[in-house]
Every structure is written in C-alpha cells, then in structure tokens.
Design a protein around this ligand. Structure first.
Ligand SMILES: C[S@@+](CC[C@H](N)C(=O)[O-])C[C@H]1O[C@@H](n2cnc3c(N)ncnc32)[C@H](O)[C@@H]1O
Length: 378
C-alpha cells in the first residue's frame, strides 16, 4: 500500500508499525529511526508517592496505584527519568510532530518544565475533568477530579496537525475548549485479569484518545506510545486508521494489550474521514470586475431593498449620495452601519432582475480555479 505523507516528511519503511515492543522505552526509542513519528501520546508513571493503605468508609481497601513501576526514590530521580524519556521522544518526532503527555498534580508540572527546557512548544494544557471521579475518602483535601494533558509541538516553528473543524464537529458545531468532561474507564471497557480484578491500575478511557487522535493526527500517521500499558492508544489508533508503535516493559501488560488489539477492528474508510478546514477562497478586489468589463464605469448599483444606489467608477470605487469609497465603505455609510459586506449588499440590473455583484466574484474565482487545475469552469 502506498502511504500518503501529509507533512512531506517520509515515514521510514523500517519502522515496526502496529507492534508492541518489549523493553525500557528510553532504550527502545533510541533504537528507532530519528524523525520518524508524527505523534507521541505518553502516559508515564505519575510518581504518586502513596504511603500506606487507603480504605473506603466501609473499610474496603482502595485498589491504589502502588506498583513498582510508579516508584522513584526522589524527585531528582523522577526528573532524570523525565529528561531522558522526553529527549528520546523528541529525537523520534518528525520536525512537524507533536506530543501529548498526561499526568496529575504529582508530576505534570515537572514534566511541563522539562518539555520547555528541551525546546518543545506548549500548545495547550487540557484539563480532563472526570465525570465520575473517586471521592476523597479521608475528607482532608478536595476531591481530585481531573488530570492534565500537555499538548506540545516539537518546536515553535513546527507546522503541527490540528483538525480544528473535526473537533468542532465532534462538539456539535461549537469550538472545542481545553476542558474535556469524560468518564474514567469503567464497565465493559475496563480490562480484567483472570481473577476479575483490574488488568491494569491506570487504563485510560478510549474516549480521551479518540479526541486526541481525531484532533491531532490524520489517517496513516504514525502514533507512538512509550508507556503502552493495556494499549489504549494502539486500540484507538487502529480503529481510526492510524499506525501505532507501543512500548511496554511489563510482559503481563503486553499480553493484555496484544489480546485487546487482536479484537479491535478498523472503522470503515468513510467513517474515519473527518471534517476538513474549508480552503481559504482567493481574494478578489472589486476593481477586477471593472477591469474585466463585467460592469462598466458609470453603471448603477442598487442596495437589496433599492433604497440606495451608487455609481461604479473606473478605479473600482463607488460614489453615491456624495459618499465615495469601496463597495463596503459606501454601503456602510448609506446604511449608517459600522460595516457592510459590499459583495452581498450591492446588486446590478440584468434583464429586469436584480443580481448581487457577488455572482461576478464567484465567476472570477471559478476561472482562477480552472486556471490552477487546468479544468474548464462549468
Ligand atoms: C500509566 S501506565 C499507562 C497506561 C496506559 N495508558 C493504558 O491506557 O493502559 C504506565 C505504563 O508504563 C509502563 N512503564 C513504566 N516505565 C516504563 C519504561 N521505562 N519503559 C517502558 N514502559 C514503562 C508501566 O509498566 C505501565 O504499564
């Protein structure tokens, strides 16, 4: 299959696409080709520093994240780890690539500082507000109801992918904001181990990854997750027709992720397509309408309700009721309005009908497009 690279930065054939790689993510990332990945989604250890067991009011034990992979001896050792994996991630990104890192108050500020130290350019911090957070059982602090995701491009100059229209469409036509209310992963989505317990303590919801990948990647892009866990990133990438690379150190999690990925099916191609930004239409000065002889100097234009009229002048300006200026300025002055779209306001008469001058602009644009594509306008 021929890959279409939307950012003119080719994806090397040697990449181990759609695989889970075993080992330490820093070593594995350093073994992969430089500048080869479009997006990195990272859910690193949070260094939660949990001390002692936590019980609910009914005395049942909370299944907290106390795993060995989340433990660091000090902030300094966590910072070293963050520095090293971020440097490896940065090396892997294409020049126009970007990274998302998710974390909590325990680690996200340290990660954010290191991102900036290394030259990443922070684009947004997104607050994932949990619709169903775990209560604060001790009642000594606020309920911890959100996590933070930092979205950063490789550099300030990077032409990173942002599917503005697709996210707006996902949000029912309203611009997507940086606070996302989504439930934590529960019910049927939560993967279970042989004893019916959680297969992984920090499995992220697919909805979160869906939004991230729809918003910041295109079909065929390569998405790498250095802390793959149960493979949430890979599962959503596969559904959406993106290629993934997962890295995970723990064999048990790799097995869970492998089984999960085997069950996942790619959505059909029409389903994967998303709303694209409208191509900006070329600017057409009103003067061109005169130069091309579509309207003659001295010809009269009329407002929609025929209350006002103005004459066309050879330089593309109008004069009406002693007011001179552009089609927009004269329209606004005659209406006593702060602004006016002259293209839709002014009309000319043809065969007894009033025709908006915008029709002439559309005709010029169609000719420009035909010149570009070599096609004849209809
Ligand atoms: C917070 S969890 C990620 C969970 C994942 N997002 C999911 O939805 O299942 C972090 C994962 O990183 C793995 N990990 C920690 N340090 C690692 C390292 N140095 N190299 C590779 N994997 C590592 C852990 O085993 C753990 O599964």
């Amino acid at each position: 299959m021929t890959k279409i690279d939307t950012k003119s930065q080719a994806t090397p054939r040697s990449l181990p696409l759609n695989q889970i790689l075993a080992g330490d993510c820093i070593e594995v990332m350093n073994s992969l080709p430089e500048g080869s990945v479009d997006l990195i989604f990272a859910d690193p250890p949070y260094n939660l520093q949990l001390k002692g067991e936590l019980h609910r009011p009914d005395n049942s034990l909370v299944d907290a994240v106390d795993d060995h992979w989340d433990q660091f001896s000090s902030f300094a050792s966590y910072d070293r780890f963050t520095r090293d994996w971020l440097a490896a991630a940065r090396r892997l990104l294409k020049p126009d690539g970007a990274i998302w890192v998710i974390g909590s108050y325990h680690n996200i500020f340290r990660v954010g500082a290191e991102l900036q130290n290394q030259g990443f350019w922070i684009l947004n911090d997104v607050v994932w507000r949990k619709a169903n957070p775990m209560p604060n059982f001790r009642g000594k602090r606020l309920t911890n109801a959100h996590e933070t995701m930092i979205w950063a491009s490789k550099s300030e100059a990077a032409r990173y992918t942002f599917n503005y229209e697709a996210l707006k469409s996902l949000n029912e036509g309203v611009q997507m904001r940086s606070d996302w209310v989504l439930p934590i992963c529960t019910g049927g989505e939560r993967l279970k181990d042989a004893d019916g317990g959680k297969a992984h303590p920090t499995q992220k919801p697919e909805a979160l990854l869906h939004r991230v990948l729809v918003g910041s990647t295109n079909p065929g892009d390569v998405v790498l997750d250095p802390f793959f866990g149960t493979g949430t990133t890979g599962a959503v990438a596969k559904m959406l027709g993106r290629d993934f690379i997962g890295i995970e150190r723990e064999e048990a999690y790799r097995e869970v992720a492998q089984k999960r990925l085997a069950r996942v099916r790619k959505f059909d191609s029409e389903g994967i397509a998303t709303t694209k930004a409208k191509r900006a239409e070329p600017r057409v000065p009103f003067g061109q309408v005169i130069e091309r002889g579509m309207l003659r100097p001295g010809e009269e234009l009329f407002s929609m309700n025929s209350r006002h009229k103005a004459k066309v002048r050879a330089d593309g300006s109008l004069i009406g009721n002693d007011v001179k200026g552009s089609i927009h300025q004269v329209g606004a002055a005659l209406e006593g309005a702060p602004s006016c779209n002259g293209w839709t306001y002014w009309h000319f008469r043809r065969e007894g009908r009033m025709v908006p001058i915008d029709v002439l602009r559309q005709q010029i644009r169609a000719e420009m497009e035909a010149d570009e594509t070599g096609r004849r306008p209809n």
